[in-house]
Design a protein around this ligand. Structure first.
Ligand SMILES: *[C@@H]1O[C@H](CO)[C@@H](O)[C@H](O)[C@H]1NC(C)=O
Ligand SMILES: *[C@@H]1O[C@H](CO)[C@@H](O)[C@H](O)[C@H]1NC(C)=O
Length: 455
């Protein structure tokens, strides 16, 4: 019998979620737009609801417009609505397509997941159904929740649409950074990439905390007005991280003993420390100023911090997530404050932002962040639109037809004694996979036990 061992306590899970790390400013690629509204491989539309352009013969044509309150949790916006609601969302998809057009179409050989020892899933979408082909090393406390959360989020985008999606086959990895240095040039979908890792297709990462939508609901109901918030800079985190260590040290150094600072380090091995200092994301939003630092690679908390109606201060980031190009460091649309990677300009910026005379300008940065992120580009509706754009973009450079059948099948005699081919489909449908967490299992199914080890 097979037993899935889950290592680490639930606390460790939450911990891992909270210390997810991440990213950087816009890549220096020319934006190219493949025609998202025309995808040669897709079958005729399943007659999804089309946008009504006019209410009656007597009124002028009226374009559909995104309405935050009404549409933010609509996972099934049409492609046309997705374009109207989130015009600037698809830059990373367009970039990956452009890159792939230069390099040549994706081949099926590139989908072999063996280059990445663990945390990689090979999947297929056929006729608007997600199939898992190979789930590679995703059983531990780190990979399991991430890969399952990503599959749920993808599946939601696929099942919510009434439009026909092209058939695609791909891999995604649930590692913080899709590629290690030795993986240079590999093609896969991932949560983050470095600017020079052009072969990575960025996918949304809305795992991590309990629920992203839940946080949005809590904030909508209970968040204070900006002016009533605690006028300090909030940050909690560990210094025990990978590539973002230098940035975190800089933040600690330049906020030390400042009257505006509530910056504190956490020691994840010290329960007293965690009990005293750990804050929920909603508690972070009670502050006027939030700080973002990279961790092991990108920092998963950025998308949560951007949901606060607060001013985000972030250093120059190395890792890119799918929405980073929407961060604006200057101009009338400014939605965050960009600092040097070592935070040496933190004190100057904080005294400028906190001056009473500058409050209207400071608040407008928070207002812009709210409008851009919580109310538009980081909504569940935008997430689903992005997934479908990723699927369509990938299909436009997919140099093979995904194979739906395992092989040519076996010839058997049917009830009339005539020869007939029996075939088996590849992989397992998403709905079965998330119950069994296996691509192959015995029938009838055996009892399964998830062991939670103390540790
Ligand atoms: C654990 O954390 C508490 C509270 O921050 C601190 O007073 C104590 O010294 C820490 N213990 C160790 C062993 O670091
Ligand atoms: C690349 O793939 C696309 C989509 O399958 C196809 O239309 C195109 O002809 C392919 N290009 C080449 C050069 O094979």
């Amino acid at each position: 019998m097979r037993t899935i061992a889950l290592y680490g306590t639930l606390a460790a899970l939450i911990t891992a979620a909270l210390i997810l790390i991440t990213t950087q400013g816009g890549p220096a690629f020319a934006t190219h737009t493949y025609d998202r509204l025309k995808h040669p491989k897709s079958k005729p539309d399943r007659a999804g609801p089309s946008i009504s352009h006019s209410q009656s013969h007597f009124s002028p044509a009226k374009q559909w417009e995104y309405n935050y309150k009404r549409d933010r949790r609509n996972y099934g916006l049409s492609e046309e609505q997705c374009t109207a609601a989130f015009p600037k969302l698809y830059k990373e998809v367009d970039r990956a397509v452009t890159y792939r057009k230069k390099r040549g179409n994706v081949t099926s050989e590139e989908l072999d997941p063996s280059w990445r020892g663990d945390g990689i899933v090979r999947a297929m979408i056929h006729d608007n159904q997600v199939y898992i082909i190979d789930a590679h090393g995703i059983w531990d406390a780190n990979h399991r929740p991430r890969s399952i959360a990503t599959l749920h989020s993808l599946n939601r985008a696929v099942t919510a649409t009434s439009e026909q999606l092209p058939d695609v086959e791909f891999t995604f990895t649930d590692h913080d950074s899709a590629l290690r240095p030795e993986d240079s040039g590999r093609t896969t979908w991932g949560y983050s990439r470095l600017a020079n890792q052009e072969s990575v297709w960025l996918m949304p990462d809305f795992g991590g905390l309990r629920s992203y939508s839940e946080l949005q609901s809590i904030l909508e109901a209970d968040e204070d007005d900006f002016i009533d918030k605690n006028p300090k800079l909030i940050w909690r985190g560990s210094l025990n991280v990978g590539s973002g260590h230098d940035a975190r040290e800089g933040l600690i150094r330049y906020s030390l003993n400042q009257p505006w600072s509530d910056v504190q380090t956490l020691d994840w091995h010290n329960n007293t420390d965690i009990d005293e200092k750990l804050l929920s994301m909603q508690e972070h939003c009670e502050y006027m100023f939030t700080a973002q630092t990279e961790g092991n690679t990108y920092s998963g908390r950025l998308k949560y911090l951007l949901n606060c109606h607060s001013v985000l201060l972030a250093h120059d980031m190395n890792f890119i997530e799918h929405f980073h190009h929407l961060l604006q460091a200057s101009g009338p649309e400014q939605n965050y404050v960009k600092l040097k990677r070592d935070f040496s300009d933190l004190q100057r910026q904080m005294s400028k932002l906190g001056k009473p005379a500058n409050m209207p300008a400071t608040k407008s940065i928070a207002d812009n962040a709210l409008k851009t992120f919580r109310e538009r580009y980081l909504t569940p509706a935008a997430e689903a639109c992005y997934w479908r754009a990723l699927i369509r973009g990938w299909a436009s450079v997919q140099g093979f037809e995904p194979q739906v059948w395992e092989d040519d099948g076996k010839a058997v005699n049917d009830w009339r004694g005539e020869m007939k081919t029996k075939r088996k489909m590849r992989g397992v449908p998403f709905e079965s996979y998330v119950i069994m967490e296996e691509v192959e299992w015995e029938i009838p199914s055996k009892p399964r036990k998830v062991c939670i080890e103390e540790g």
